[in-house]
Design a protein around this ligand. Structure first.
Ligand SMILES: [Zn+2]
Length: 340
């Protein structure tokens, strides 16, 4: 039973927005783009891992938790945790293209791409061992005693490996169900009720680390970013306010909800607190009243009155706003007349 799904990839959404809002000739532009690519590969891998569990069922009591963010003796993130009465199994996805080699006596992994390029990464066994230790500490602190196992998953079944470490279990997605269904040699360590309470406590304790505002992390200032409301069709920043929405001068597209993304991006990149004048500058509009109506409609909480009002959001608000945006857009597409 899946009790925690993967949450929206907020960090990726933020870093992609930062990459779009940095001028192409900015000294950090390439680094940010590279970072976005790396996070996107990780996200895609985690989606593949998540999809394995929607296709298979397991004939024994179990709980599946995706994308767990926990804190024990340190902060840690687990891609997927499969917990049964016998054990807790950590699955970590490594979406690394190319031929994978495990150099002897090094806690590293190297990959060789078809063009001959070689890159080194931390060996997944290091991360797995660290996560197993931190999860063990979490169980201990919460009064549970559960054996922990772990495996690393690579998404491409055609991928080749050299010198896989003997102490590391490497799986492809289609091997996961068989691995998890292997008969256990020991008797169960949990009864049904305890299993259920561990699973719900894990899910309840999961608290995503807040990576925002991003410009602070990269030592950037707001003045280095491209401001304006972005047109989803042609990618131009600088849609202008029209009656009931936004219009694009470049491609003629009009969009009722384009400001939602811009406000979300302001929060992710610049600040979780917004004032009317900051939003006006970032969205490049003059009307104070339009901003008041917009922010009110978005349901942002605020303190202070009239000109002194400051709006504030948190991570949950961002998720709700992004989900609302996705819903509004899908309704818009569904309402469009079908052309034959
Ligand atoms: Zn456009």
């Amino acid at each position: 039973m899946i009790i925690k799904r993967k949450s929206l990839p907020l960090k990726l959404i933020g870093i992609e927005a930062l990459s779009r809002r940095l001028p192409a000739n900015h000294p950090l532009a390439q680094n940010i783009e590279e970072e976005a690519r790396r996070i996107r590969a990780g996200e895609n891998g985690e989606r593949i891992l998540e999809s394995v569990f929607t296709k298979y069922s397991f004939p024994f009591e179990h709980y599946i938790l995706h994308d767990l963010h926990l804190q024990s003796t340190g902060r840690f993130q687990i891609d997927t945790l499969f917990i049964s009465r016998h054990s807790a199994v950590i699955l970590e996805m490594k979406n690394i293209a190319g031929r994978i080699e495990f150099p002897k006596d090094q806690k590293q992994l190297t990959r060789v791409l078809e063009n001959g390029k070689i890159d080194s990464f931390e060996c997944p066994s290091v991360q797995l061992e660290r996560n197993m230790m931190l999860l063990n500490d979490w169980f201990y602190a919460n009064g549970f005693s559960i054996p922990i196992k772990g495996a690393v998953v690579f998404p491409r079944p055609q991928q080749s490996f050299e010198n896989i470490r003997k102490d590391l279990t490497v799986l492809f997605p289609n091997e996961i169900p068989v691995f998890l269904r292997k008969p256990e040699e020991t008797s169960p360590s949990l009864d049904s009720q305890t299993l259920k309470s561990v699973a719900s406590k894990l899910s309840f304790s999961s608290n995503e680390y807040n990576p925002f505002p991003l410009i602070k992390n990269y030592n950037l200032s707001l003045s280095e970013l491209i401001t304006g409301v972005r047109c989803e069709v042609c990618g131009t920043h600088g849609m202008h306010a029209i009656y009931n929405g936004w219009g694009c001068n470049q491609c003629g597209h009009s969009d009722k909800y384009a400001h939602i993304q811009a406000v979300v991006e302001y929060c992710m990149l610049v600040d979780f607190k917004l004032t009317n004048s900051e939003v006006r500058k970032f969205l490049r509009i003059n009307s104070r009243d339009k901003v008041v109506r917009m922010l009110k409609k978005m349901g942002l909480s605020y303190s202070g009155e009239k000109r002194g009002a400051a709006y504030s959001v948190n991570l949950k608000d961002l998720e709700i706003l992004l989900e609302k945006k996705i819903k509004l857009y899908s309704e818009m597409i569904m309402r469009r007349p079908v052309r034959n």
